[in-house]
Design a protein around this ligand. Structure first.
Ligand SMILES: [Zn+2]
Length: 118
């Protein structure tokens, strides 16, 4: 095991910091989604913290995090709570996300490379 996490942290600090930031971002979004129904204010705060992390460390938000932000009003939208998600039935596989705050609908095309576990 040459690439244990501790080794990476010691030899290459900057990418490690980004890796930590990315992990924190993912945890924050995960928490924000689970809090969206019971504590929407906390969810928004956690989501904005995640956004700050991405700008601070210049990390491109992973696709699965980006779809949780409205394209128009930039608010955090939790699927099933303040966003409606519909699967498109056309030949191009896509999902339609309707923001619960500004009612903006946007479409995400699901590319084959993105679907995991295949
Ligand atoms: Zn919106």
């Amino acid at each position: 095991m040459y690439f244990k996490r501790t080794d990476i942290y010691l030899t290459n600090m900057k990418p490690a910091l980004r890796q930590i930031a990315l992990e924190r971002m993912q945890i924050l979004i995960k928490n924000a989604i689970s809090n969206a129904r019971t504590n929407p204010k906390l969810a928004q705060r956690q989501a904005s913290l995640a956004k700050k992390l991405s700008t601070k460390y210049r990390i491109r938000m992973p696709y699965d995090i980006r779809i949780n932000f409205c394209k128009k009003c930039k608010k955090f939208i939790a699927p099933g709570v303040n966003a409606r998600i519909r699967i498109g039935r056309s030949s191009v596989k896509s999902i339609r996300i309707t923001c619960g705050f500004c009612n903006h609908t946007y479409r995400k095309i699901i590319q084959k490379s993105i679907t995991k576990g295949q």
